[in-house]
Design a protein around this ligand. Structure first.
Ligand SMILES: *Cc1c(COP(=O)(O)O)cnc(C)c1O
Length: 376
């Protein structure tokens, strides 16, 4: 079976982990954690980064940082991973789902506008497949109203909106290093702080609500409990693994982009003849080849294509089930209709995409998709 995903392993992970084991210090916020954070601060000019145990954790840290209180409204795309919403739900925010755009699954600024109230505390955007949301329009809606803009850039590593790296545009941003992402550490994430107001509290929150970081910097002579907080740093073993990956970022990205282009060119005819729809990339965004997806004509066509590919040993897959359709959401907030998000839930299909995928395998996938549409 040609698998859908396979985590990239550079080979150096084990050496860096050995270095950590030899050092006798395994807990978080040590040498490799700092090296990873510095990598991001240097390469993307992020003001300050905090390595976390997951992107989910980074989002939960944000809900603490912006002081979510019961009843605060947070506008989120419905077509996303559950963590985007849960991080705010667990602090009793009212989750307000906005629909996706017609052109791609990103949140639609026109829909956001309709949902703003006096209680809106934050807008959380998700750059789906590493393709940037309409950030200028979204920042403009939030500006002057004291609304925070948060970027869930879990898919967005090394991708840009008008030359600005994803994650650097809102007040706060997050990345994911889950094994399904371009760069991985099994589980892992990053909190990106762009607004200096959050810096000091982020240090405290990430150190379980203590001023331990200030203590280690020699700014105070003892540390204690000063605020809410939790355990967000991953261990040095994870950070060591991640650093080996980061050293290979360019190599990984180059290969993934070649695969992405092969799919795009190989399936272009089916797009032109209207059998499938491959979203067009707008000029304001780059593509980090996190994912290759397209839309089938309807639910039935997707089901048959997935089945056909599976019977040809290709593991393709659908993606999110729009969160507003979940039983959990309906039981808490009631039924709503978001046609575009529902449509993506029904017709979107993702193809195998990972560093080790070989070109003849990509060609095989393309050929099988053509075979499917030629016989239908
Ligand atoms: C993967 C993902 C997450 C969660 O990332 P973890 O690191 O697994 O917690 C959150 N949001 C989106 C959009 C994702 O794709």
């Amino acid at each position: 079976m040609l698998s859908f995903n396979k985590p990239f392993i550079s080979g150096n992970e084990i050496n860096y982990i050995q270095e950590v084991l030899n050092s006798g210090s395994l807990s978080g916020n040590g040498k490799f954690t700092k090296k990873c954070q510095k990598f991001f601060e240097d390469r993307y000019h992020f003001k300050k980064c905090f390595l976390t145990s997951s992107c989910t954790d980074a989002l939960e840290m944000i809900s603490l940082l912006i002081n979510i209180e019961p009843g605060d409204e947070v506008i989120i795309p419905s077509y996303t991973f559950v963590s985007t919403a849960n991080a705010f739900y667990i602090k009793n925010a009212k989750i307000i789902f906005a629909d996706s755009k017609k052109e791609n699954p990103n949140i639609d600024p026109h829909e956001i506008k309709k949902l703003i109230t006096k209680k809106t505390k934050a807008i959380v955007v998700v750059h789906y497949a590493g393709i940037a949301c309409d950030m200028d329009a979204i920042l403009e809606i939030a500006a002057g109203q004291g609304i925070y803009v948060i970027e869930d850039a879990a898919h967005g590593i090394d991708s840009y909106y008008k030359k600005q790296p994803l994650g650097s545009i809102g007040h706060l941003g997050t990345l994911s290093f889950h094994e399904t992402k371009n760069i991985c550490s099994g589980e892992g994430g990053l909190l990106i702080i762009n607004d200096e107001r959050f810096l000091q509290r982020a240090e405290i929150i990430s150190e379980k609500g203590t001023n331990r970081t200030a203590f280690f910097k020699g700014e105070i002579d003892k540390y204690g409990w000063v605020d809410a907080g939790s355990s967000f740093y991953p261990s040095e073993i994870i950070a060591a693994f991640l650093f080996a990956q980061l050293e290979n970022l360019e190599k990984i990205q180059k290969k993934r982009k070649i695969i992405w282009e092969m799919y795009r060119n190989g399936l272009n005819k089916l797009h032109d003849s209207g059998k499938i729809f491959i979203p067009h990339l707008e000029n304001c965004t780059t593509n980090n080849a996190h994912m290759f997806y397209f839309l089938c004509c309807d639910k039935e066509a997707r089901k048959e294509l997935l089945y056909y590919l599976k019977s040809n040993n290709i593991q393709a897959t659908f993606h999110y089930q729009a969160l507003h359709c979940s039983e959990f959401y309906i039981s808490k907030f009631g039924s709503i209709s978001l046609p575009n998000a529902e449509h993506y839930s029904e017709v979107l299909i993702r193809l195998p995409m990972y560093f080790e995928l070989e070109f003849h395998q990509v060609e095989y996938v393309i050929k099988k998709i053509h075979d499917f549409y030629n016989k239908n």
